[in-house]
Design a protein around this ligand. Structure first.
Ligand SMILES: Cc1cc2nc3c(=O)[nH]c(=O)nc-3n(C[C@H](O)[C@H](O)[C@H](O)COP(=O)(O)OP(=O)(O)OC[C@H]3O[C@@H](n4cnc5c(N)ncnc54)[C@H](O)[C@@H]3O)c2cc1C
Length: 374
């Protein structure tokens, strides 16, 4: 196969969205992924809150109708051991939903099918091993079927799910326990975010139940993971009294250690990192994939006029603000809501109450969560 203009390393949701958007913009694209063929069918246990902005991106790519997702109509934010709460309602923004919750594995499989239909070559068992840069191309070494192969491309996109090389790293010493649970009460499109001294606890409406993302100190997560379903349900019921529901059934649990990783910007003008390869975020604000989809979509928008060094430089500049603000906002949420100093708790409570009472303030935060920084 001839070398395409754009080579993408990583067939996760961000790499595949970039491939589909760039194909639609008229570019020849090829995707390689290190995992074995068929591995994406093994369903990732994470459910993802897609922002309204991500829905618009998937609509523009003609994919939204194929995605099975549960609408979020109300978001309730509160803190344990403190006053103050905020409610965000879809109808205040004249939207049918503030966001949608979908299963990450299903989303990736949908994107993979769409890539096949669009004639995009996706090769599994093909790992990007190294790169060499020239003025007019990037040379990539791909290991496949036990041998190294050389590929050249005008642009290399790194969507490998983790930054390569030097990174800014911050360990939160928190683990997210991810599971699904069913209660005696219908979810009515309600999502909850509860800030606790150990980390945030999110309940997201999903199909007939809720997806649970429960962040806590690493050692406590190990204890909870070891529990049988009944004692786990008892702990969940105790921790979620604020949501006024009784959990009766729980699915298998998975654990994700939480760190902030950020790749340095601008290694080479013809190489970009997107999604988790550029920045891996704490899930507190549900921004990792949403930011990655904006990265992918805006790249294709900028390259619609052709793949030039000027266009690539413009893209880098254009994305810098949204990326920096989303990384900073996510990290500040973790720090602010984990701080148990009494004055900080009081200010936090006042802040939540203020957001609730001052609609323009609430609207500004909600818009940033829905669309990123414009
Ligand atoms: C508990 C939890 C909850 C979350 N909730 C949300 C949420 O509600 N909303 C939200 O927006 N985000 C959320 N996120 C973040 C979101 O899951 C990630 O941002 C997103 O999955 C990253 O997708 P990606 O395509 O960048 O990477 P990945 O999905 O990791 O894909 C990377 C791909 O690259 C391949 N690969 C790796 N190395 C190579 C190589 N050398 N060569 C070729 N291929 C390679 C891998 O096999 C993989 O297929 C959450 C994260 C966690 C941990």
């Amino acid at each position: 196969m001839a070398d395409p203009a754009i080579l993408i390393a990583g067939a996760g949701p961000v790499g595949l969205t970039a491939a589909l958007a760039l194909r639609r913009a008229g570019h020849a694209v090829r995707v390689v992924d290190a995992k074995p063929a068929g591995a994406t069918e093994a369903i990732d246990p994470r459910a993802i809150a897609l922002s309204h902005g991500s829905r618009l991106i998937l609509e523009r790519l003609g994919l939204w109708q194929q995605i099975v997702a549960t609408p979020i109509e109300h978001i309730h934010v509160s803190q344990q051991d403190g006053f103050g709460q905020t409610r965000i309602e879809a109808e205040d923004y004249h939207l049918p939903a503030l966001g949608h919750v979908t299963r990450l594995g299903l989303l990736t499989n949908t994107l993979l099918r769409a890539a096949a239909e669009a004639g995009i070559a996706v090769t599994f068992d093909a790992e990007l091993r190294s790169t060499a840069h020239a003025d007019d191309h990037v040379a990539a070494t791909i290991r496949s079927a036990g041998a190294d192969h050389q590929h050249t491309a005008a642009l290399l996109i790194l969507a490998e799910g983790k930054p390569a090389g030097a990174v800014r790293r911050k360990d939160y010493s928190q683990t997210a326990i991810v599971t699904e649970a069913w209660s005696t009460t219908a979810h009515e499109g309600r999502a909850f975010e509860r800030f606790t001294p150990e980390g945030p606890l999110a309940l997201l409406p999903l199909d007939t139940g809720h997806s649970i993302v429960w962040c806590m100190r690493d050692e406590h997560a190990q204890n909870l993971l070891a529990l049988d379903n009944e004692p786990f349900l008892a702990r969940l019921n105790q921790a979620t009294r604020f949501a006024r529901r009784t959990w009766t059934q729980v699915a298998a649990r998975a654990a994700f250690p939480l760190t902030l990783l950020q790749a340095p910007d601008g290694s080479h003008p013809r190489e970009f990192a997107l999604g988790n390869a550029a920045q891996t975020l704490h899930p507190v604000a549900g921004q990792g994939l949403n930011l990655g989809l904006r990265d992918a979509f805006e790249l294709a928008e900028v390259l619609q006029r052709g793949l030039s060094l000027d266009a690539l430089a413009q893209y880098r500049k254009q994305r810098a603000r949204d990326r920096a603000a989303t990384i900073a906002l996510t990290d500040q949420y973790v720090s602010l809501f984990s701080n148990q100093l009494v004055p900080v708790r009081a200010v936090r409570g006042a802040g939540l109450a203020l957001f609730n009472l001052v609609p323009p303030l609430r609207r500004a935060i909600a818009r940033r969560m829905m669309f990123g920084v414009r």
